[in-house]
Write a protein that binds this ligand. Structure first.
Ligand SMILES: NC(=O)c1ccc[n+]([C@@H]2O[C@H](COP(=O)([O-])OP(=O)(O)OC[C@H]3O[C@@H](n4cnc5c(N)ncnc54)[C@H](O)[C@@H]3O)[C@@H](O)[C@H]2O)c1
Length: 383
């Protein structure tokens, strides 16, 4: 058994995602467990290098977690051959430039989504990375959630028969920041800073839909800004220029209709912050981040519409909870492990910058659909 080590340049680790999901829950957790298990039974250990704009912040993080390497100079980090992977958790507006530099330096790329603000930029990153012959991966975290893993099982087992439609609700109330601080960074609500729920969530919906249900052939969306003024981290009022809700219909190549509401201006009356209902000829499922409830065709009640009679049937009681039957690890960590294996073993990686570009395209075309008030066709994307 050989033990090797691989260096990872982590840019943006002081941010919400960079710190919690990527550094703490993924890379440090992998380091703690002794590295990633490879197919030949050996392990590869991880060695992070923190990159950011504030040395005091980086030094404090390095000290707290026993990390040897940190710098505020990205070029210096990229010039270090002991760190062949560049990982990006910056605000979206800063991403393209940083990834371009990392590809030029010959680094493998792993990045948060959306990979860019424009489809052209996103596709260019995919092309540059392919041309440079590096591995590239984009976060597809939602696919690793227990609820979606259970949904995958149901689909693979043929539970649904033919899937007809999917209805999804994602959202919760994001505080305006006046009488209670907002629970998300203020840049999310300014379009010039890369904000907006379409740019944020359609990047997820693209890979969730194409990996579970089929390729998206068209989008119709209505994106709106329900809350036009918010208060930022410094208690200053600002104009919320970005969309904070989107009502969308996606049509898939196999005829499945997916209808998805995404909103930071709804109050939760669901079991979880996201729920998808999948209806098929042989059964239906309601899937959240963790839970998954099913109702097979042969246990479906027969409701009869009668507005003169109060409802006595408890429809919720008809659903069966799908058991875990597994231990589900943090999805960001599982995906990191798969990506690291692909880099070390040289195997292909499907959740790549081209997949990221398809996600960006869905956001861009979703916003265009909203602005023009029409359905937009989405031809297949190629390099
Ligand atoms: N996968 C997911 O579920 C998920 C969830 C939330 C956010 N995100 C994505 O992760 C990224 C980061 O989001 P976040 O919520 O962690 O934001 P954040 O504001 O908490 O963190 C952003 C990071 O970028 C750095 N930064 C800001 N402006 C910069 C600039 N001009 N140049 C260099 N660095 C800069 C900040 O110092 C910080 O480290 C975004 O692209 C966002 O879309 C993904």
């Amino acid at each position: 058994m050989t033990q090797q080590s691989i260096g990872i340049i982590m840019n943006g680790v002081s941010g919400r995602m960079g710190y919690r999901q990527h550094l703490l829950r993924s890379i440090l957790a992998i380091r703690e467990q002794g590295g990633v298990l490879l197919s030949d039974g050996s392990r590869v250990q991880v060695e992070p290098m923190l990159v950011g704009r504030s040395i005091p912040k980086l030094a404090a993080l390095a000290e707290k977690h026993g990390i040897d390497h940190y710098t505020d100079n990205l070029d210096e980090a990229l010039a270090n051959p002991d760190f062949p992977i560049y990982a990006d958790f910056l605000v979206t507006t800063a991403r393209v430039e940083a990834i371009r530099r990392a590809i030029a330096a010959g680094k493998h790329i792993y990045t948060e989504k959306p990979t860019a603000e424009s489809f052209d930029d996103a596709l260019e990153l995919a092309r540059l990375a392919e041309a440079a012959g590096v591995r590239h991966g984009v976060v597809h975290d939602k696919l690793y959630l227990p609820g979606f893993q259970k949904l995958r099982r149901l689909i693979d087992s043929g539970f649904f028969g033919e899937i007809l439609s999917v209805r999804g609700e994602f959202g919760y109330w994001v505080f305006e920041g006046d009488w209670q601080p907002a629970q998300r960074p203020s840049w999310n609500y300014r379009s010039d800073d890369g904000g907006g729920i379409v740019s944020d969530m359609f990047a997820h919906w693209n890979y969730v839909i194409e990996n579970l249900f089929g390729r998206i052939e068209s989008v119709y969306a209505r994106a709106v800004t329900h809350i036009p003024k918010r208060v930022d981290e410094n208690e200053r009022e600002y104009a919320a220029t970005a969309d904070d809700a989107a009502y969308a219909i996606f049509e898939l190549e196999n005829g499945v209709i997916v209808q998805l509401n995404s909103s930071w201006a709804v109050r939760v009356n669901r079991k979880e912050l996201v729920e998808f209902q999948v209806d098929g000829t042989l059964g239906s499922a309601v899937v959240g981040l963790f839970g998954c409830r099913i109702q097979p065709r042969n246990a479906t009640p027969k409701p009869v519409w009668n507005p003169d009679l109060p409802e006595t049937h408890n429809y919720f009681a008809d659903w069966i909870e799908v058991p875990d039957n597994d231990v589900f690890e943090n999805g960001f960590k599982v995906q990191w492990e798969q990506f690291l294996r692909s880099v070390v073993e040289g195997t292909p990686y499907d959740f790549d910058l081209l997949a990221g570009a398809r996600g960006v395209r869905l956001s861009v075309e979703g916003l265009r659909s909203s602005a023009e008030g029409r359905r937009i066709d989405l031809p297949a994307v190629t390099l």
